[in-house]
Design a protein around this ligand. Structure first.
Ligand code: SF4
Length: 339
C-alpha cells in the first residue's frame, strides 16, 4: 500500500519525551497547512490510486479539534474521488477518547498508530512519556470498537529498559492483537533531554549489535504471531543524515536489513556444515538477507570454518533455503525462544 506522508512535527503535543525531537527525525521544521496538504495531494496523487494519506510526527488527536477537522477535510474529496483509500494518523495512547475517534472516523481515518514505546511503567516514567500501559489497552479497546486498524510502536533501549523488558513489552503488545507493529530502537537525537542524559553519563544507549540482536528476536516473535512489522529502525531522512543529528545509539540506514539478515544467519547456522562447503539455494529476492549486509553473514560463516556457496533459485518460495537437497523454513530454523 502506497503511503503519502505528511509530517506534523511536534504539533499538538504538550509533552517532552526525553528522546523526542520530531523536527530532527522528520527533517522538517514546520507542519504544512491544511491547504498545503490538499495542494500537495493534487500534485502527488495519480488520477486513481489506493494509497493512504498519513499524518505522522506529532500527536494528531492533540491538535485543536478544528485543525484536525481541517486537515482531514482536505483529504475527504480525494477519498470520494477514489484517489485515496483512507487516512492513517499517529498519536499517543492517552490521546484517544471516544468522541475523538468519532471525528477521526468521520474524517476518513482507517488506521491509528499508537506510540506505546514500552509497557513497563518504570521505563515509561524514566522516558518522560506521561502515560501508563493501561492507557494503551484502553485506546486499543476504543479504536477496535470502531473497527479501526491499529499499529503499535515499541522502542527497545529506552532509559531503564533491557532486553527482557523489550521482550516483555512485545509480549504485552502482541497480546493486544495489533494489525501491525513498528520497532524503533532508541537513538540519542540532538537537542533532546536524552542527549543531556547521555552527555552526563546518565544514559547508555544500546550498541548496534545489541539492538540488532534484540530486534531480530522481536521480529521473529512478531512473525510467529502473524503480526507484520512495517518498520524497523528510524527511516533515513535528510534531517537524520545531516551531520550531528544522531548523537549516539544504534542508528543505521539499513537497520531493517541488518535485523532480517540476523534471522537468516541463525537459521543457516543451525544446519550449515561446520567444516566443509555446502551449496545453499535461496529465492533471488532473499539473497541479500541471506548473505547479510555487506556479506557479513558470509564473513561470520567463513570465520567459523564453514564455506557455504550461495545460489539464487527462483523455484524456492520466499523465506526458505535448501541445503544438501533438503528445504528449510527460515523462521522455523532461526528458533528463538517464543515469548
Ligand atoms: S508524545 Fe510524541 S510528539 Fe510528543 S514529545 Fe513524545 S514522542 Fe514527541
Amino acid at each position: 500500500m502506497k503511503i503519502y506522508p505528511f509530517f506534523i512535527p511536534h504539533e499538538g503535543c504538550p509533552h517532552t519525551c526525553r528522546f523526542c525531537c520530531q523536527r530532527a527525525v522528520s527533517g522538517q521544521t514546520q507542519a504544512p497547512s491544511p491547504r498545503q496538504v490538499a495542494e500537495r495531494l493534487q500534485d502527488m496523487l495519480p488520477s486513481r490510486g489506493d494509497g493512504e494519506v498519513a499524518f505522522y510526527g506529532g500527536s494528531f488527536t492533540l491538535l485543536e479539534s478544528a485543525l484536525q477537522r481541517q486537515y482531514l477535510g482536505q483529504v475527504v474529496p480525494f477519498i470520494k474521488a477514489g484517489r485515496v483509500s483512507g487516512v492513517r494518523i499517529s498519536t499517543r495512547p492517552d490521546a484517544i477518547a471516544t468522541e475523538t475517534v468519532e471525528n477521526l472516523v468521520d474524517g476518513g481515518v482507517q488506521t491509528v498508530e499508537l506510540g506505546c514505546q514500552s509497557f513497563c511503567p518504570e521505563v515509561l516514567a524514566a522516558s518522560g512519556r506521561g502515560h501508563a500501559p493501561a492507557d494503551t489497552e484502553k485506546a486499543v479497546r476504543v479504536l477496535r470498537s470502531r473497527s479501526l486498524r491499529i499499529g503499535l510502536q515499541l522502542m527497545p533501549g529506552l532509559p531503564l529498559g533491557s532486553r527482557a523488558e523489550a521482550l516483555r513489552s512485545l509480549r504485552w503488545a502482541l497480546g493486544l492483537e495489533p494489525d501491525f507493529m513498528r520497532i524503533y530502537p532508541t537513538v540519542v537525537v540532538r537537542n533532546t533531554l536524552l542527549e543531556d542524559d547521555y552527555r552526563r553519563g546518565c544514559y547508555k544507549p544500546l550498541d548496534l549489535e545489541a539492538a540488532v540482536s534484540i530486534c531480530a528476536e522481536m521480529l521473529w516473535n512478531c512473525h510467529r504471531a502473524q503480526v507484520p512489522v512495517i518498520r524497523l529502525g528510524l527511516q533515513a531522512t535528510d534531517g537524520l543524515e545531516r551531520s550531528g543529528a544522531i548523537v549516539a545509539g544504534p542508528y543505521h540506514p539499513a537497520f531493517g536489513a541488518l535485523v532480517r539478515s540476523r534471522i537468516w544467519r541463525r537459521a543457516l547456522w543451525s544446519v550449515l556444515p561446520r567444516t566443509r562447503s555446502g551449496e545453499v539455494r535461496v529465492h533471488p529476492a532473499d539473497l541479500s538477507d541471506a548473505l547479510g549486509h555487506r556479506r557479513d553473514n558470509l564473513t561470520f560463516f567463513y570465520s567459523r570454518g564453514s564455506r557455504p556457496a550461495f545460489r539464487s533459485d527462483e523455484t524456492l518460495p520466499r523465506n526458505h533455503f535448501s541445503l544438501d537437497h533438503q528445504t528449510y523454513l527460515v523462521h522455523e530454523n532461526a528458533a528463538f525462544d517464543p515469548l
